[in-house]
Design a protein around this ligand. Structure first.
Ligand SMILES: O=P(O)(O)OC[C@H]1O[C@H](O)[C@H](O)[C@@H](O)[C@@H]1O
Length: 547
């Protein structure tokens, strides 16, 4: 048994969990009118309501006890203090420095990183002004109309998600496009829609060695050169965001047109750095600053609020509660805002790449569940697709419902209808509908006898399904920054409880290595030994058809 599962706090939670068997959320609500008042946290136009969870005051006390036992506070302070908590890569973890709006010095090995952060931000902002004001011109003197960000993983998902979420603040004469997949269809479809004379390519890669990104970048440059561009004008159309100036120069981008960041910014935590350039170009430096300010407000809350009044801590602990003590393997994120359509995809990388680990910080196998499967779709679309399983399936799936009180597009009754669905879903999941209620309903519909009995079990909802509701006044840059930082810190909290390193991602390497072996085989350069299935599949691909 691991130290964690042997620990007093863990055992106390296991015993407490057993004592809650058979306790239904609807009964907890009926017995306690104060749940909503006690189980909510508000901060700067954002509210977390966590009353619809299988918890009591004792649960929260035991969960915060677990956090204390696992040294959450010292670990949090170590992150904010620039210590090298990413032990397998020997790096500090300082995305919080990128949005440190008060200029509190943040030291890594005794050196303050803040001047460097400010310097890159100032260069980014100056560049944004030039492009946005039409001062930055393409090869034939026209202003830029289209921005194509080429990157993948953390160099894509954050910029895509945020750019889409902040659509109401977009520059009226700029359009953003994102190319990530190595599938040639992705870049082909984007290049079909843009004009080389007025397009700016951002090649975004922390390492500048990522196969997909470099393939797309080369294809973009070849297309540019074949369509009116020249080697001399590449500099007006290609900029890079990277930590690797050597590889950027090798690719042929003038390092004057490179925006740097640092090894202490993890890919999936990098949208606050120069990786956010497409966002800043589209919404402008002022709005980008508000995004950073929102994240900073959440950082300060996480850093200073007591554990039991701390949004990321509570979200993280609730996830541990369900994953480790109730057997929940998945977690749904359900944004009731069309602008947040890509939030679930973004959170899949943030959470699953961070906490999808099965050895602890010392390399010992864990004997407890770690990060959950994250999925989601914007409401109300998800309701008409997979909510059936959440309501009546055999898996317990805790859900986060996220919604703005005010819409950016008030259109007739739409927003009230949207929000009525948000609130109804959390109520339905919590309450369910018991046999007596279903029976009464069927009788009111005029059913009776065998027909009623046959239908009855299908229409029962067990309820007792836990949800969090995150309401924001409106989805503006500041609130979006808060929301993303909330999830970043939630993931951190869980990693600390599970004693895993949330900041490496060795699990993505094996597939990359093997793809390098298979690629030459698909390009006619001989074959290599594999298992029978892989050999067979390579043969079919090389043969050009499946049979
Ligand atoms: O920014 P890059 O160095 O191109 O990396 C892009 C992505 O690829 C890697 O394989 C990692 O799994 C991601 O965490 C990273 O964000």
């Amino acid at each position: 048994m691991s130290a964690l599962t042997r620990s007093p706090a863990w055992k106390a939670l296991a015993a407490h969990r057993a004592s809650l068997e058979g306790t239904a959320l609807r009964d907890l609500f009926a017995a306690d009118a104060g749940r909503f008042d006690r189980y909510r946290i508000a901060l700067d136009g954002m509210l977390l309501d966590y009353a619809k969870n299988r918890i009591t005051d004792e649960t929260l006390a035991l969960l915060t006890g677990l956090a204390l036992q696992q040294k959450l506070e010292p670990m949090r302070d170590a992150m904010f203090g620039g210590q090298r908590i990413n032990i397998t890569e020997d790096r500090a973890v300082l995305h919080v420095a990128l949005r440190n709006r008060v200029d509190r010095p943040i030291l890594v090995d005794g050196e303050d990183v803040m001047p460097g952060v400010q310097e890159v931000l100032a260069r980014m902002y100056a560049f944004c002004h030039k492009v946005r004001d039409g001062e930055w011109r393409g090869y034939d003197g026209q202003p830029i109309t289209d921005i194509v960000n080429i990157g993948i993983g953390g160099s894509d998902l954050g910029p895509v998600m945020v750019t889409q979420a902040l659509t109401p603040w977009h520059h009226p004469h700029l359009a953003a496009h994102f190319v990530s997949n190595v599938d040639g269809t992705h870049i082909a479809e984007v290049l079909r829609r843009v004009d080389p004379a007025t397009t700016l390519f951002i090649i975004a890669s922390k390492t500048f060695t990522t196969q997909e990104t470099l393939a797309n970048a080369h294809t973009a440059r070849d297309w540019f050169l074949a369509n009116g561009g020249t080697p001399e004008t590449v500099a007006r159309h290609f900029v890079a965001v990277s930590t690797n100036s050597t590889e950027v120069a090798k690719f042929g981008i003038d390092t004057n047109n490179m925006f740097g960041f640092w090894d202490w910014v993890g890919g999936r935590y990098s949208l606050w750095s120069a990786i956010g350039l497409p966002i800043a170009l589209m919404v402008g430096p002022e709005r980008f600053g508000e995004l950073l300010a929102g994240a900073h407000a959440m950082d300060e809350h996480f850093r200073t609020a007591p554990l039991d009044a701390n949004m990321p801590v509570i979200l993280g602990l609730l996830g541990v509660w369900y994953g480790n003590f109730w057997g929940a393997a998945a977690h749904a994120v359900l944004p009731y805002d069309q602008y947040l359509a890509r939030l679930p995809a973004y959170l899949q990388q943030l959470d699953m790449e961070s906490n999808g680990k099965s050895v602890d910080r010392d390399g010992a196998p864990v004997d407890y569940a770690t990060g959950p499967i994250i999925f989601g779709e914007p409401g109300t679309n998800g309701q008409h697709a997979f909510y059936q399983l959440i309501h009546q399936g055999t898996h317990l799936i805790p859900c986060d419902f996220i919604a703005p009180i005010t819409s950016q597009n008030p259109t007739g009754r739409h927003h009230a209808m949207l929000l009525s669905n948000t609130l109804a879903q959390t109520e339905a999941l919590m309450r369910g509908k018991n046999e007596a209620e279903v029976r009464a309903e069927l009788e009111r519909e005029g059913r009776s006898g065998a027909a009623l009995e046959a239908l009855l079990p299908h229409k029962v909802f067990a309820g007792n399904r836990p949800t969090n509701t995150i309401l924001v006044d409106q989805l503006d840059p500041c609130r979006l920054g808060m929301l993303i930082a909330l999830y970043e810190h939630k993931v951190f909290v869980q990693g600390v409880i599970w004693n895993i390193n949330s900041f490496d991602q060795w699990g993505v390497e094996l597939g990359k290595q093997l793809a390098k072996v298979i690629l030459p085989e698909l390009e006619g350069q001989g074959t290599k030994p594999h298992d029978a299935s892989t050999v067979g599949l390579v043969g079919l691909v090389n043969g050009g058809k499946v049979a």
